[in-house]
Design a protein around this ligand. Structure first.
Ligand code: GMT
Length: 401
């Protein structure tokens, strides 16, 4: 912490599931706690990766009561109530919401309920909260309103920042704060898993790790593997779970190469998995950042992916990986083969990727950015009070009716 940075009491709200936004929120919480801030994490389950044994970290579970009348229990209201309680009980100064829906509006409501006009509400946008779900006609007005009423809004890439204005029509000023990686944790090293996967052979390993949702284009991962495997002995490691998993498994089992693929399911220690790979595959339809790609780079694993969204800001095409058009599995397979057949270039990419991850995505730099944003947001709210009126009052029929 800088000498002028005094410790703050910060509430962090996130999804507890293994997705990137929850992982980023928890890593931010850990890093803030290590820097002496008091951090209160609020969610409906203990988030994946949260280490509550760390000094300065507290976890508060949101209970969502069921009632026969509720087909859809209102989580956003239960969250607002729990947050208001936490604001008062722990005298929170800042609420940092990760993923706009529904967290941003719950934060706004919690401040109203608590009557604490000196509390700053900051929201970090992660991707589909703007590009897909936040933009759905049923949510767009509330997404726009809740972001416009925040004291600060951040986006995880330049690309996503552009979408805030284009897609939502928000005029909120959005800071770009890249996600980060701890390169002392994500680093090239020999792992037991690597030895197990190689199973005594020198065959290179392709890795895919995700939540296996359609946006990840997992079937393209299978396609790339099959195309590479026709030309070269390689193995494929599939890590994660989700709706696309059964189909991927079926296609692999029907291919002649089933023996060369391992499906590990969702795993907690991804830092032990990346170093086992030679290349990481991320052929997604959309990525506002691509945290797993960054973790791969820090682990010394070049990325073969799609040239979409914020992924182009994380992976340097031709230096730390190769980015090709979405769906170009032939191009991705060719790029993978080119690198695997040229160990010297692969090594060069691996070193460059790790060096770039350390240089551009360090935890220290990111946390200092967040501290500065909290301080600025607090100053704003203390001097001007919470915003009262949205800059874009909704017009009749503007949304969907
Ligand atoms: O936006 C989502 O799809 C969910 C979110 C998550 O919780 O996994 O993923 C997004 O946030 C990550 C962390 O900032 C980014 O690394 C991912 O690129 C982003 N996913 C998409 O844009 C599809």
């Amino acid at each position: 912490m800088t000498e002028t940075q005094k410790p703050m009491r910060i509430g962090i709200v996130c999804y507890p599931t293994p997705g990137g936004s929850g992982v980023v929120a928890v890593e931010v919480a850990h890093a803030l706690a290590k820097r002496g801030h008091e951090v209160h994490v609020v969610s409906y389950e203990v988030p994946h990766r949260l280490n509550t044994l760390l000094k300065n970290i507290y976890f508060h579970k949101v209970d969502v009561p069921q009632y026969p009348l509720f087909d859809y229990p209102p989580y956003s209201l239960a969250l607002a109530t729990h947050l208001a309680e936490a604001i008062c009980r722990f005298d929170l100064e800042v609420l940092h919401m990760h993923y706009a829906i529904p967290h941003a509006i719950s934060g706004w409501l919690a401040r109203k309920i608590s009557g604490r006009n000196d509390l700053a509400v900051v929201t970090t946008l992660h991707g589909t909260d703007i590009t897909i779900i936040g933009n759905d006609p049923s949510y767009l007005p509330v997404t726009r309103f809740s972001l416009d009423m925040c004291d600060a809004v951040t986006a995880v890439s330049n690309w996503l920042e552009g979408r805030v204005h284009d897609v939502l029509g928000c005029t909120c000023c959005t800071d770009i704060v890249y996600n980060f990686v701890d390169s002392t944790v994500y680093r090239p090293h020999t792992t037991e898993l690597g030895q197990w996967v190689h199973n005594g052979s020198d065959d290179p390993v392709l890795l895919h790790m995700s939540n296996f949702r359609p946006v990840k284009r997992v079937q393209d991962v299978v396609e790339v593997f099959l195309k590479v495997r026709e030309k070269k002995r390689v193995k494929l490691l599939m890590v994660g779970d989700g709706p696309e998993l059964p189909e991927a498994r079926r296609r692999i089992e029907q291919s002649p190469w089933g023996e060369d693929v391992r499906f590990l399911g969702a795993q907690p220690n991804s830092e032990e998995i990346f170093p086992a790979a030679d290349l990481f595959l991320m052929p997604s339809n959309a990525e506002s950042f691509g945290l797993a790609a960054l973790e791969a780079l820090a682990s010394g694993v070049p990325v073969i992916g799609a040239n979409v969204g914020g992924l182009t800001e994380v992976v340097k095409d031709g230096e730390t990986g190769r980015l090709l058009p979405v769906g170009d599995t032939a191009g991705m397979a060719a790029a993978a083969l080119e690198l695997l057949n040229d160990r010297q270039t692969l090594e060069q990419y691996s070193k460059a990727g790790r060096a770039d991850a350390i240089a551009r995505f360090s935890p220290e730099g990111t946390i200092k950015r967040y501290e500065a944003i909290y301080t600025r947001a607090l100053k704003r709210v203390l001097e001007e009070g919470p915003k009262e009126n949205p800059p874009h009052p909704m017009k009749p029929c503007e949304s969907f009716l």
